[in-house]
Ligand binder design. Sequence first.
Ligand SMILES: Cc1cc2nc3c(=O)[nH]c(=O)nc-3n(C[C@H](O)[C@H](O)[C@H](O)COP(=O)(O)O)c2cc1C
Length: 382
Amino acid sequence: MIRWWTAMGLTGLASSFYCIATDNRWFYRHIVMRVSRVFDAETAHVMAVRLAKLGVLPRCNQTDDNILNTKLWGKDFVNPVGLAAGFDKDAVACYQLFDIGFGFIEVGSITPLPQDGNPKPRVFRLLADQGVINRYGFNSCGHADAAGRLKLWKSKRDHYPGKVLGVNLGKNKTSQDTFSDYQKGVLTLGDYVDYIVINVSSPNTPGLRRMQEKEKLMDLLSKLLAVRNELKNKPPLLVKVSPDLSQQEKEDVATVVCSEKAKVDGLIIGNTTLQRPPSLHSIHGSEKGGLSGQPLKELSTQNISEFYQLTKGQVPIIGVGGVSSGQDAYDKILAGASLVQVYTALVYDGPVLIKYIKKDLAQLLRQNGFSSVQEAVGRKHR
Ligand SMILES: Cc1cc2nc3c(=O)[nH]c(=O)nc-3n(C[C@H](O)[C@H](O)[C@H](O)COP(=O)(O)O)c2cc1C
């Protein structure tokens, strides 16, 4: 009997090693990520960042398919699939996260001063909907702490050709001067990174989303572009918008970002939503906070389409919201995204997902007669 159990145990162990070594998607989705759910969502998040920092997450050592190599703002990207803001909030694991296979990583949101964010619990898995609701409220280590690590990244930057690092900036909850908070971020962190994101769309910082109003946004972005122009490297400056804007608000944002005064280098579409689709099944569906993942996917792709048309394709778009497959990434590229980002799907599929998104995206591009990502951007509208 003991021998039988030993044999079974060894077989199970060997199969697990085999599945891990071969990045078996089913094994990660149904075993590894299920096991991670013995921890609450925030603990699992903190542990995932620590494991990433230790470099023990699965690596994707394959060279990216040439069809995925792309260029934006004069920068090379080995592939157009990035990690969205909010996973590595304090920029503690950026090098190691590239090993998973991302073409670019966005750290943050980082606030000027350290702050704890909202009381716990503040992150919830919506299993039945393949979504997440979070109300972290910008828990952040602050600029000074992150600056040391980003400076180090900058010094090693040449070892990472084709990999791009962006920083996403937030504001402190109690700060009365929003411009000053973002200005500090641009000045303190801007020269260490490849792009900067002004996040005015988090639903978890009171009043922040009002910065998307036409006059406020025009004023904020024109001043921040001037600040950015003082930097040595002048990294591209992007603005991240909410998926909950009305038609008029979208038109206003498009007018601002296409104007001479406030012509930013890109839009990130978009952040989490406060909407709750009637189709939500999960018990946590009524928690307060921003919803992400599958329930956000169509809304996000629709917004990318609209902004691409409103801006006449003049402002590059990073598409984010519910990407969990090559097809999802492809749909967002056709709708107008030059690059895409992933977050919530990693909670359900684990890091091996990135390898499969890239493989399927390359196949879809070829099948549909495209020879590059750039060629496919916005094709739905032509
Ligand atoms: C737990 C969590 C924390 C997040 N934190 C941030 C953040 O600090 N700053 C930000 O701009 N977006 C943040 N986001 C939003 C994501 O960057 C992304 O815009 C959104 O989740 C949609 O993508 P997804 O459906 O692939 O998750 C967060 C999302 C999640 C799920």
